[in-house]
Every structure is written in C-alpha cells, then in structure tokens.
Design a protein around this ligand. Sequence first.
Ligand SMILES: NC(=O)c1ccc[n+]([C@@H]2O[C@H](COP(=O)([O-])OP(=O)(O)OC[C@H]3O[C@@H](n4cnc5c(N)ncnc54)[C@H](O)[C@@H]3O)[C@@H](O)[C@H]2O)c1
Length: 323
Amino acid sequence: MNKKILITGSAGFIGFHTCDLLLRKGYIVFGIDNYSKYYDLALKKKRTKLLKKQKKFKFCKFDLFNKKKLNLFFKKNKFDIIIHLAGQPGVRLSFLDRTTYFRNNLEVFFNMMEICLKKKIKHFIYASSSSVYGDTKKFPNKEKDNTDNQVSFYAATKKCNEIIASSYSKMCETKFTALRFFTVYGPLGRPDMALFKFAKNIHLKKKINLFNKGNHSRDFTYIEDVTNLLHGLVKKNYNSLNNHDIFNLCHGKSVNLKTYISLIEKNLGVKANKNYISKQKGDVLKTYGNNKKILRLLNYKIRYRVEEGVRIFIEWFKKYADV
Ligand SMILES: NC(=O)c1ccc[n+]([C@@H]2O[C@H](COP(=O)([O-])OP(=O)(O)OC[C@H]3O[C@@H](n4cnc5c(N)ncnc54)[C@H](O)[C@@H]3O)[C@@H](O)[C@H]2O)c1
C-alpha cells in the first residue's frame, strides 16, 4: 500500500481511470501529462480536475521528451512503480505524421528507460498494443505468437518498446511489464476511437463510416477490467515478477462491428445511418486475444461483457452529449 506510483499520461483515457482507481485504493499517485493536442483538451483538463479532487493526487504538466525537466522532476520525487501510459495513440495518423510517433513513443520511451536505470525504479509497467500482432490470421493471439509483421508505424513503435524494455531488463534491476491493450473503451473515453465517434454521429443523426463494409471485428475491453488488472499488477510482489514480461490485456472475445453498432443503437434509441466503405490502410480485419496469462497471474475474471460495457458508456455519453 505504501508503494509510490507515477502514472504518465494521467490526463489520457487509460491514465485517468488508472489514477482514479489507485487513489480510491489509497495509493499516493503522481500524474504527468503534457496535454498533447491530439484530441479535445477540455476532456483532458476535465479528467485532471476530477483527479485533483482526491487529496493523494499530485499533478505536473510537462513533456517527457524534455530530458532536463524529467531529470529535475526525478531529483525531487522518488517512485517505486512507474505506469507509463503517455504516448501518441492511433493507427491511422501514423501514416501521415511519423515524427510525432517517433518522438512520443520512441524517444520518450528511451528517456523513461534511462530513468529506470538511473533511479533504480522497481517496476515499470508500460502500454504496448494488440497492433503488434499485425494482420494475423491465427486467433486468439497468444503472447508467444509471432509479432514480426506490423502493418503501421504506430504498431512498429510499440513493438520497438517491447524490444528496448527487454534489453534494459538485462542492464538494470527494474522489472518490466508490457501490456498489449486491445481496443479499450468506457466513460470519458477517447473521442478519436470508434465507439465515441459512432455514438456521436448516431446521436447527431449523421452518417457513420463503416470501413471494410463493417466486416471488422474487435476484442473490445472495458476500462474497468483494464484498471482492475493494473491494480493487480501494482499489488504484486516485485520478486515474483519476471525481469521482462508481456501480457495481452483483452476481453478474450471478438465482436463484429455490426453487433457493436446495434448495441449503440439500442442504448441510444436511435437507428444508425450507415455508409459502407472500403478498408483503410493499417487497419487489421480482426483482433482477438488470449488473456489467460494475465488472468492466471492475477487470479482475475473478466467482469464486463460488451453489452454491459456499451450500456454504461452510452449512459455516460448521453449526459456528456447533452452538456
Ligand atoms: N485506448 C486503447 O484502446 C489503446 C489500445 C492499445 C494501446 N494503447 C496505448 O495505451 C496508452 C494510453 O492510451 P490512451 O487511450 O489512454 O491514450 P490518450 O491519448 O488518451 O492518453 C495518452 C496521454 O499521454 C499524453 N502524452 C502524449 N505524449 C506525451 C509526452 N511527450 N509527455 C507527456 N505526456 C504525453 C497525452 O497528452 C495523453 O493525455 C498509449 O500508449 C496508447 O498507444 C491504447
């Protein structure tokens, strides 16, 4: 319980929910975020404002790319665990703006690795992605499956993070844990992600674009299952962890996009106006992970079926959209 935790990307979707749960569990949590302009800043500021209501939360706004500020910050503050969720998400943008991905997902990651080494951080948990599996045909994906064929630069940065962390695990005492997140969704979610975009456009009675004619399927993972599992990892005794380990963080079911949209329609009480278009560059047809490794380690059972997760999301969305 007295472990001191730093969460990078605390104003982001997963970062916010992780801070929130750990604070409610009694941990002292420090958050860092640079409020990148990738999406609505008001939403990021709102998340920080909500976290600041809890006494044990401290926040510092700065860019982890800035080594000087980073080193100064670590001179003043000590941590046992870093949960590194800061980064540039999104597959599609990485075809257009590779520099931002290189900077925020690789150079920043390197800065964080150096911190682990110099500051003797005990446990470094970081965000990888299901996209490392590429456009595979073998399902469900297991952590040991081949990940040598990424189909976007975003995915390549995540795969690089895993390789870099593995090399640092041979140089320092830190235990490294990679989490391959599979389409995480929930309240206060990212406006650039499908659930949010679909809900918004269906609500506004606008057309929704269904890439690959809606024949995609995704392993949709509800945020509370993600944060519960992160809490489980934080509670773990460092000595029981491997030097570098990789886990899928997924629901363990693949849901067709059309089914997902029908759940949004049902909960919003509005029929969608669908526009079927072709597949986009970098999109994979299906994601479907095997989550047995992490569930076994943490003795956890996935709690949120997609029907329940979408219902809760839309309940939040209706209030948000009305504002
Ligand atoms: N949400 C998902 O479904 C999903 C799936 C796979 C992987 N991931 C990964 O998980 C992590 C968190 O995702 P998210 O959905 O919460 O994204 P998010 O964009 O909501 O959060 C990331 C946060 O990091 C901050 N940030 C970016 N660059 C920074 C920098 N240089 N210095 C300080 N802060 C910086 C941003 O301002 C943002 O608030 C990301 O690495 C993402 O790639 C997410």
